[in-house]
Design a protein around this ligand. Structure first.
Ligand SMILES: NC(=O)c1ccc[n+]([C@@H]2O[C@H](COP(=O)([O-])OP(=O)(O)OC[C@H]3O[C@@H](n4cnc5c(N)ncnc54)[C@H](O)[C@@H]3O)[C@@H](O)[C@H]2O)c1
Length: 296
């Protein structure tokens, strides 16, 4: 989509962080923006910022994990703008502290899959039929995570959803190509956002109490004498391969927004916010290439 000016974009989870960065970069490129967020006040703030850039904007309180919210969002967007050209499925949460899969409650499993995977499915399920019916170019941006390309013990559930986002995006890109869609998979490394505090704001007091009582995965690693990798900026320690840490230097959400706009314009299938984790990619490729042993 070479020309973004005058287009309409929906940014799910656009009230802060990466979503806000995308919303503002799209506004700077001339798009009108529908800001959807589970926090109405956050969506409203970004709506004001988009209007301040001379574009039209709408704020819609949306829990991406709820189909009826997504349908109401689409009704509002189509009602106001008559069409949606760009859809950014950016909702994603994780639970803190990082924890082992056996210490992860069923409530937490449902929460993360509900927002990260059902949020993505709801967005595509609701918007794509309507967008297909429109003439012209369309674009979808789905937010994954670079962690899906390597291993972080203690982040299994979150990274499962982010790996699913990769396969989902790669396949809908093929299905939708003939209908004029581009699909960009956004793969952020560490981005300087308020994700931890924002997630705490939207969870129930019971869920937060359970989070506070959870055993951090790092305790197991320390008990075993394993070396943890410090994430810069006081973001804690992670149980991961030291070779993969090039993606941990934080970048700013505004910069990510500009990268996403460039990726939409160039119809790039992947938008990396950091250089690719080469060691991890080579490790995976080598294991795949060495994985066929029919006579063993
Ligand atoms: N920040 C990072 O380092 C990083 C790295 C890799 C991937 N990501 C991914 O980027 C995306 C955005 O993360 P961020 O760091 O900008 O987070 P953020 O907390 O700064 O912003 C996310 C926004 O999503 C909203 N939100 C939460 N639950 C929602 C729901 N159910 N429905 C709709 N909105 C909801 C929050 O209110 C918040 O405004 C997520 O998918 C995350 O997994 C972030």
């Amino acid at each position: 989509m070479k020309e973004i000016g005058g287009k309409t974009a929906v940014v799910v989870a656009g009230g802060d962080g990466i979503g806000r960065g995308i919303a503002l970069a799209l506004a700077d490129a001339g798009a009108n923006v529908v800001v959807a967020d589970i926090r109405a006040d956050a969506a409203e703030r970004v709506r004001g910022e988009v209007i301040g850039r001379g574009r039209r904007a709408l704020a819609v309180r949306t829990d991406a994990s709820r189909l009826e919210d997504m349908q109401a969002l689409a009704d509002a967007a189509y009602g106001e703008f008559g069409g949606v050209d760009i859809l950014c499925n950016n909702a994603g949460v994780l639970v803190r502290p990082n924890r082992a899969i056996w210490d992860t409650s069923y409530v937490d499993l449902q929460y993360v899959v509900g927002v990260n995977t059902w949020g993505l499915l709801n967005g595509v399920h609701v918007f794509v039929p309507r967008m297909r019916a429109q003439p012209g170019e369309k674009h979808i941006v789905n937010t994954s995570s670079v962690g899906a390309l390597y291993e972080v013990a203690g982040l299994t559930m979150y990274l499962m959803t982010k790996a699913a986002t990769i396969a989902f995006s790669d396949n809908i890109r093929e299905e939708l190509r003939a209908d004029g869609f581009g699909v960009t998979l956004l793969i952020p490394g560490v981005v300087n956002t308020n994700a931890v505090t924002n997630t705490a704001l939207v969870r129930s007091p019971e869920a937060r109490a359970a989070e506070a009582a959870a055993k951090p995965y790092s305790s197991y690693a320390q008990e075993r004498g394993e070396v943890l990798v410090e994430v810069p900026g006081g973001r804690g320690a992670m149980a991961m391969n030291a070779a993969d840490t090039g993606t941990l230097t934080p970048v700013e959400p505004d910069q990510v927004g500009r990268m996403v706009v460039a990726a939409i314009r160039a119809n790039r299938s992947i938008c990396m916010t950091h250089p690719a984790p080469r060691a991890a990619i080579e490790r995976r490729a080598a294991a795949l290439l060495d994985g066929y042993h029919p006579d063993d």
